[in-house]
Design a protein around this ligand. Sequence first.
Ligand SMILES: *Cc1c(COP(=O)(O)O)cnc(C)c1O
Length: 404
Amino acid sequence: MTQKSLPPDLHADTLAVRVAVDRSQYGENSEALYLTSGYVQPSAEVSARRFAGEEEGYTYTRSGNPTVSSFEMRLAAMEGSEAALATATGMSAVLLMLFSLLKSGDHVVYSQSMFGSTIKLIGTEFARFGVESTVVPQTDLAAWQAAIRPNTKILFAETPTNPLTEVCDIAALADMAHNAGALLAVDNCFATPILQRPIALGADIVMHSGTKYLDGQGRVMAGALCASEQMVNEKFMPVLRNGGMVLSPFNAWVVLKGMETLGIRMRAQSASALALAQWLEQQPQVARVYYPGLPSHPQHALSMQQMSGLGGAVLSFDMKAGTPQDARLRAFHVLDSLQTLSLCTNLGDTKTLLTHPASTSHGKLSEDQRQAAGIGQGLIRMAIGLEHPDDMKADLLRGLDTLK
Ligand SMILES: *Cc1c(COP(=O)(O)O)cnc(C)c1O
């Protein structure tokens, strides 16, 4: 859809507040919310051309909506992709990608540390339709290479991962995928285009949960796929239009306005996360801190190079403890002692959210599987928000200082 002309080479912060569809005849400065399911056609002839795909123009919101278009254009501009397509949630973006690109007998390679629902969707649901898959350790490039088969169509990576913040080398995986005639898809939810632009590193598809940092204020669910014009128009669009997992215009508008502050939020929340991570490393009750911005992180150098010198806003830490049972009690005590921060399963909010992965996101795994994944009973994940870092520390100390 058309876009008011902007000068070339604008920065991501500028694109975040400026890219959108043309203003309406009223000249509104803030992008309009077009809450409509249908569009009145100027003539039967124009309507026929629009339905035949011969002329641009909106017909029905399942096929396109100006507010949704503004979100898609803004995200594509920030990710540096030719095009983007919005979906109802992050998971429906994954569903759309897999459904559009795979058929029975195809093979996917993905990391064992990916988002839980992504693993279920590929390894269980798509397996029912004959799609094969291999899971590999996130940071082991040789394992990714060894997993590739002649029928491999997609390598799917997420970096950094939840909750251990493991980082993989996007450029290396892109080369590996292309040498095998496959595509590299990257879930860029944790880093966002402010920190990391996978397309510039060679990735073919960027997937987003707009529910997280793009909205940034924990209000609505949204998702998106960024890719070439051709892939979006020829592969994704027909499935989206017919499958109907479209983003509501209202939610698109909320996320569109959220994206205007993405840059300042990501930088502020990353700075607070680094301060908290450094502070947690000093606490005697804490065994280990996982955060890409710390020199102790195994992929620290790669992270700094790949993520614009910032570590992102998510960190995890392990309680010092004897048995797994003791570790769980200690973690629960810290979480139950919070007065300011939230015990809440989400991330990418202005409010700091803490979770206990072993009993929530990774609760369905056996203890052995959990150990293999490195998710101990003493592990706490923090998605850092915008409270003052001193208040975050004080809230953690309420529990850390009263451990028995
Ligand atoms: C939340 C999340 C998703 C799924 O997004 P929804 O909007 O909840 O469907 C996918 N990947 C990552 C990394 C996430 O954090």
